[in-house]
Design a protein around this ligand. Structure first.
Ligand code: ADP
Ligand code: ZN
Length: 303
């Protein structure tokens, strides 16, 4: 049997047919058009999925189900997208009811970081462990928690929203109402914003890391501070969940070895217990198709 994975993002939606071994048999992507009625956008997704099935000479009878990953806050109990900051037109949208108008197959729904964690367990960097946390550092920061061999979803699918762990309350106001949240100071968005202010011109987070590498003093300081912030969040997660491994993905993790070394070093010095201090911190293995493999994993995996 096959699963359809649908990964809904604020800019694009990835849709794929994934078999029970995790092979992506076909995939497509469409822009998430936030200017049209979300029901209409869901019709487009359904059309794209059905067309893909037909091209593979498949139909709904071949499906074990449809897995959907979407940005939080959401409510997996009621099937609503609740209030992702970058998708205001979709606030309180009944996503699962809307999809059910197009499909008879079972539909499973989780937040995107939680689904990506399951993908890393199924096909990626966490296959060998029953206790790990997947952290994505990208436009925002999010996590998926896997503990005792189970995905920790929370009561409404919002567990793992670690982007709003408070790291430094003196750092300024986050959109959530708290101060100095993890994603407010260490996401790709935050890095670019803080560097642009220091430099008096617009820079991307990728450029910031390059300038630091080349010896730019202010950028070096900023990057070292960001590594420390990432380390602080990781220590909190290690002290809370006692995982065997942390898996880090998302755009900012593309910085690679310098970031992983710095975070590992911070964890070595600051995690409370000796086993926590040596927690392996590894790159995600599935950056490319993590979203849709994770969505399909919601159907193929027991969690
Ligand atoms: P999304 O948040 O839509 O999932 P990404 O995971 O690609 O997208 O993350 C985008 C963020 O990561 C942006 O802030 C971008 O500037 C940053 N980013 C992407 N590539 C790199 C890189 N090589 N080095 C540092 N930052 C990066
Ligand atoms: Zn916040």
């Amino acid at each position: 049997k096959y699963a359809i994975g649908i990964d809904i993002g604020g800019t694009k939606t990835a849709i794929g047919i994934v078999d029970s071994l995790g092979t992506v048999c076909a995939k497509t992507s469409l822009p998430t058009d936030l200017s049209i009625d979300p029901h209409h956008m869901v019709s487009r997704m359904a059309d794209a999925a059905k067309q893909m099935l037909a091209e593979q000479k498949l139909n709904e009878a071949h499906l074990a189900g449809i897995g959907v990953g979407a940005p939080g806050p959401l409510n997996t109990k009621t099937g609503h997208i609740v209030k992702p900051p970058n998708m205001t037109a979709w606030h309180n949208f009944p996503l699962i009811d809307s999809l059910k108008r197009h499909f008879a197959s079972p539909i499973t729904f989780e937040n995107d970081a939680t689904a990506a964690a399951l993908a890393e367990k199924w096909q990626g960097a966490a296959q060998d462990t029953e206790h790990f946390i997947f952290i994505t550092i990208s436009t925002g920061i999010g996590a998926g928690i896997f503990s005792h061999g189970k995905l920790i979803t929370g009561s409404t699918g919002n567990a793992g929203d670690v982007g709003h762990l408070v790291i430094d309350p003196s750092a300024g106001d986050c959109v959530c109402g708290q101060q100095g949240c993890w994603e407010f100071i260490a996401s790709g968005t935050a890095i670019a914003k803080r560097a642009s202010r220091l430099l008096g011109r617009d820079v991307t987070s990728k450029e910031v890391f390059k300038l630091a590498e080349e010896g730019h003093t202010d950028m070096r300081k900023l990057v070292d501070q960001v590594y420390r912030y990432i380390g602080i969040g990781c220590v909190t997660l290690i002290n809370t969940f006692d995982p065997e491994k942390l898996v880090i993905g998302g755009g900012v993790s593309q910085v690679g070895e310098p970031l992983f070394k710095a975070v590992q070093n911070y964890v070595q010095n600051c995690a409370l217990n000796p086993s926590g201090q040596s927690t392996p911190i590894v790159p995600a293995a599935l950056n490319q198709d993590a979203g849709l493999i994770g969505a399909a994993a919601l159907i193929h995996m027991k969690y």
